[in-house]
Design a protein around this ligand. Structure first.
Ligand SMILES: Cc1cc2nc3c(=O)[nH]c(=O)nc-3n(C[C@H](O)[C@H](O)[C@H](O)COP(=O)(O)OP(=O)(O)OC[C@H]3O[C@@H](n4cnc5c(N)ncnc54)[C@H](O)[C@@H]3O)c2cc1C
Length: 510
């Protein structure tokens, strides 16, 4: 890795770093990415998993950001079927003023105009109950239905990294940058530490991109990173049978009027999110607090009173930290801008903030800054298809077409090998999820899994979809994955104990 004659070193294996790696390597740069933990370990596996145009930005009058987000959402829907999917949203109306209703519909009209199709509809109370069964009926006037999209955020990062590798890039997990190397005031590379062996290496590159998200200011030797205000957002996951939804439901929280949503995701129901200052040490993982847990559950109890939802209905929780620029206003977290920021110093381009949805646009913005420091490189920075066109894998008779599409979306050029490698019964789903057992085998075989948590929290999402992190299935998971990983019994058992302890402390009920 360090012997390579790199044009570009990207630090951070979240969606931003992955996007920069892909867009740079498809334009001819020889690029290396390093991630201190696992790919997507940071915010990019802990988002709300929506690929959205950002209605909120529209309400704030930020048309440019909405236009860009809608364009990127449409590109992802077109180029990543099976990974990014349309998601209908339903917003119940309990007698809002006519003015409010009209302004919401006007906002949606702009949203539709930007996407080039009409998706918004007013639905009367009877129709709305079909879209969102169990919703509070008292005072329900009807509601508004509109479209956005959803994804599996960690798989999106992995797919982007894989596409970058196809263009000759390299990406390594569990390799941290300890500090930047400088010469005559210019960044000329970085000091890397292998997080598993502790060995130290130096790598040189004419240009370094700092894409470390919420950690942007923590990198030693990093001079000019902006001041960030880390804001935590937490989520709950419930079994679909306890909170069955035909659509995403978005609602205003009865306590403070903030938007909260619940939507069907991977066979379960995902609920989010909060927006609070995150004062914990960024070296550890974020976790939901009791107050956030109650806040989200209270929103569900108010919107779905007859379901009598309780703590024990929650399968898992997770929290992420938004890398939000600090305006210094100390105002409400939701008032801080969600736009990304790019900064330069000689030999380095830094980037932080933004959204999962707009990763391609952010990457192109970063590369415009990179190009200014590399006069010999004159790239065409117009957007290209997110992924090269893919093919549906062929499966044995009886395998549902939706499963093949899912595998094509998540695994791209490897989907056929994944299907071919599946053993008897492994194209069936892990109960209660949409994950076939074969995805576990493939991840263990070919996807840089070094820890059991990589396999269960990011290559697959079983850790946040199953009660107790999937403890009841660990025996079968072990039978499939231990031989693929080449781990001894002692190694597996130590990993299993570490995973279950992590799950209890950070993904269970607070
Ligand atoms: C609660 C929440 C909900 C969200 N929901 C949505 C949504 O629905 N839709 C949407 O579009 N966006 C959403 N976002 C925003 C989106 O998730 C983030 O903007 C995006 O994931 C940030 O990606 P990133 O790559 O910049 O950061 P990260 O994903 O955090 O990646 C940075 C990486 O850098 C690594 N790193 C740090 N220091 C070093 C070092 N020294 N050496 C090597 N590696 C290092 C970290 O380990 C980390 O993996 C949400 C964010 C949050 C917090």
């Amino acid at each position: 890795m360090t012997d390579g004659d790199w044009d570009l070193l990207v630090i951070g294996g979240g969606i931003t770093g992955a996007g920069v790696l892909l867009e740079a390597s498809r334009r001819g740069l020889k690029a290396l990415l390093v991630e201190q933990r696992d790919f997507a370990w940071g915010t990019s596996s802990r988002s709300s998993k929506l690929v959205h145009g950002g209605l909120r930005y529209l309400a704030e009058g930020r048309l440019r950001l909405t236009r860009e987000s809608v364009r990127e959402r449409e590109a992802l829907l077109r180029d990543a079927p099976g990974l990014v999917e349309p998601q209908g949203f339903a917003f119940a109306d309990y007698g809002a003023s006519r003015r409010k209703r009209r302004s919401f519909l006007a906002g949606l009209a702009i949203y539709d105009f930007l996407a080039g199709r009409r998706e918004r509809h007013w639905v009367d109370a009877g129709g709305f109950a079909m879209l969102a069964p169990n919703i509070e009926q008292a005072g329900l006037q009807g509601g508004i239905r509109y479209m956005d999209a959803k994804t599996d955020d960690a798989r999106l990062v992995l797919r982007v990294l894989d596409e970058a590798r196809e263009h000759g890039a390299q990406a390594r997990n569990y390799v941290a940058v300890d500090s930047l190397l400088r010469s005559d005031g210019r960044v000329i590379g970085a000091r890397l530490r292998d997080a598993r062996t502790g060995s130290i290496h130096e790598v040189r590159a004419p240009l370094v991109v700092n894409a470390t998200g919420a950690w942007a200011g923590a990198l030693a030797g990093q001079g000019s990173a902006p001041r960030l205000r880390p804001l935590r957002g937490s989520h709950l996951v419930l079994p679909a049978w306890r909170l069955p939804l035909a659509q995403a439901v978005s609602l205003m929280h009865p306590e403070d009027g903030r938007p909260v949503f619940a939507f069907p995701w991977e066979g379960a129901t995902l609920v989010g999110t909060t927006d609070v200052d995150h004062a914990d040490d960024l070296a550890g993982e974020a976790r939901v607090t009791r107050a956030e847990f109650d806040y989200l559950l209270n929103a569900l109890r108010a919107q779905f009173p007859q379901l009598h939802l309780e703590d024990a209905d929650v399968l898992a929780t997770y929290a992420g930290v938004r890398p939000v620029l600090d305006s210094g206003s100390h105002g409400a977290p939701s008032k801080e801008t969600r736009e990304h920021l790019v900064w330069d110093e000689p030999g380095l381009v830094g980037v932080t903030g933004g959204k999962l949805t707009t990763f391609r646009a952010i990457a192109l913005d970063v590369l415009a800054h990179v190009a200014r420091q590399m006069p010999a490189w004159r790239p065409d920075l117009s957007p290209q298809p997110v992924f090269a066109p893919g093919f549906l894998p062929r499966g044995p008779r009886g395998v549902p077409a939706a499963l093949l599409l899912r595998l094509a979306g998540r695994h791209g050029r490897h989907a056929q090998d994944l299907v071919d490698g599946a053993q008897e019964g492994e194209l069936e789903f892990v109960p209660g999820t949409l994950t076939p057992w074969a995805e576990l085998r493939w991840a263990a075989r070919a996807e840089d899994v070094h820890r059991l948590e990589d396999l269960l929290l990011r290559r697959t999402r079983l850790g946040i979809l199953l009660r107790a992190g999937g403890a009841e299935h660990l025996e079968r998971i072990r039978a499939i994955c231990q031989p693929e990983l080449g781990w001894s019994d002692a190694h597996w058992e130590a990993e299993q104990a570490a995973y279950l302890a992590l799950w209890r402390s950070h993904y269970g009920l607070p």
